[in-house]
Design a protein around this ligand. Structure first.
Ligand code: S3P
Length: 442
């Protein structure tokens, strides 16, 4: 266990990049693997989660390597993945596990997926159900819908039309990935639009995808199966879910101003910026442009007094990973912040509502929560007591959120384990200390 302590920072200043987008990185490796030709990827996230995907693709016969500053995937074409020799270890990554199940469902191979303690306790039924309808067969050692699981795919899955019961880009993507090998149209209907990186990247590779936004707010995505996918060059922008940590840190540390360069600003991911602005944050986007179908820009953040808000459930899909750090921002606000419709946070890398509540309470902040909501009574800027040892439960975002809390709190905040940060934000401590934070090993 790598214990870390975050002491109050004087000011944060400077210009920096953050590591590549995790969602786009997983998809670049998986789609590159089933395209024809050589996919070149710039800016791939070299975090443990994405490296698990790279290793899985290699184990299924795909040549994936890093040369100079680029990652190169020699695609085997749709249907070309081969039987791995042993189980594939997806580590901590729900995205890797669920998206791979979709890809495997469209191949005549049988693959056992395993993961760490956190991943092995996450629900997989949501992805098994539609994939079973498409013809995949699952076997589970423990007779439950959790890893370890063995999935047997088929060369020609059955195309289906599926209404997602939960707004989940992972489940949507798994169905689309299986639908790639199906003959005919596979349709997914999502109750609220979720991140659309799979749809965007597949379209860039040559697949035919139709999107229909329904009057009730739902979105229908239809894929014409068995497309010719041609390899392309992919540039991965900085991850807004990682940028959120230095953003909130700069808002709560007196006198701060930072610039985060080249951050992905896909409109289905920017709920955190909307929420922080509503709280009074001084955030400006400069150099806004579109690169390879994805919006990108630089984010300039200045320290600002924040006020409590209600974050509506309709915003949850566009900032689902940012609630832990927004809760930390809310602790520095004046007034109460309420999160609505956030039950999904209970099944992330940890039960994030429970972990945030325990950590904030340990730091002297008043919090209340229910099955799918949370309220934080802000202490006001400069008045968060701090102190306490926060349990991170193998959850990178809990670890980083509470290190941010320590940067603005009166007393140091410690976390029991900083190791999970490597899954999504390698170099986080060095980057934050470079901007002016004071994080040390305990
Ligand atoms: C992701 C989707 C989200 C998100 C996760 C990445 C993706 O999960 O929390 O970190 O890349 O598709 P859900 O699909 O479970 O909401």
């Amino acid at each position: 266990m790598a214990k870390l302590v975050s002491n109050m920072a004087s000011t944060l200043s400077g210009t920096t990049l953050v590591p590549g987008d995790k969602s786009i990185s997983h998809r670049a490796l998986m789609l590159g693997a089933v395209a024809v030709g050589e996919t070149r990827i710039q800016g791939l996230l070299e975090g443990e989660d994405v490296l698990a995907t790279a290793a899985a693709m290699r184990a299924m016969g795909v040549d994936v390597k890093k040369m100079d500053n680029q990652w190169i995937v020699n695609g085997v074409g749709l249907g070309g993945l081969t039987q791995p020799d042993g189980p594939l270890d997806m580590g901590n990554s729900g995205t890797a596990a669920r998206l791979l199940m979709g890809l495997i469902a469209g191949h005549e191979i049988s693959v056992t997926l395993i993961g760490d303690k956190s991943l092995s306790s996450r629900p997989m039924k949501r992805v098994m159900e539609p994939l079973e309808q498409m013809g995949a067969v699952f076997e589970s050692e423990n007779h439950n819908a959790q890893l370890p699981l063995t999935i047997r795919g088929r060369a020609q899955p059955i195309p289906i039309s599926y209404d997602l019961p939960v707004a989940s880009a992972q489940v949507k993507s798994a169905i689309i990935l299986a639908g790639l090998s199906a003959s005919g149209i596979t349709t997914v209907v999502e109750p609220h639009p979720t991140r659309d990186h799979t749809e965007k990247m597949l379209t860039a590779l040559g697949a035919e995808i139709k999107i229909c936004n329904r009057a009730d707010g739902a979105r229908e995505i239809s894929l014409n199966g068995q497309p010719e996918l041609s390899a392309i060059e992919i540039t991965v922008p900085g991850d807004i879910s990682s940028a959120a940590f230095p953003m909130v840190a700069a808002l709560v540390v007196a006198g701060s101003q930072i610039t985060l360069k080249n951050i992905g600003l896909n409109p289905l991911r920017t709920g955190i910026i909307d929420s922080l602005k509503e709280m009074g944050a001084n955030i400006k986007i400069i150099n806004h442009h579109v690169h390879a179908g994805e919006e990108v820009g630089d984010i300039v953040v200045r320290q600002s007094p924040l006020k409590g808000i209600v974050v509506p459930s309709s915003r949850a899909p566009s900032m689902i990973d940012e609630y832990p750090v927004l809760a930390v921002g809310a602790a520095f606000a004046t007034g109460t912040t309420r999160f609505e419709g956030v039950g999904e946070l209970r099944v992330k890398e940890s039960d994030r509502l429970a972990a945030v509540e325990a950590g904030l309470k340990a730091a002297g902040v008043v919090v209340r929560s229910g099955s799918d909501w949370m309220e934080i009574d802000g202490c006001g800027d400069g008045f968060v007591p701090g102190q306490g040892l926060v349990e991170t439960h193998l959850d990178h975002r809990i670890a980083m959120a509470f290190l941010v809390l320590g940067m603005g709190a009166k007393n140091p905040v410690s976390i029991d384990d900083g190791a999970p940060i490597e899954t999504s934000f390698p170099g986080f401590v060095e980057l934050m200390n470079g901007l002016g934070a004071n994080i040390k090993a305990l």
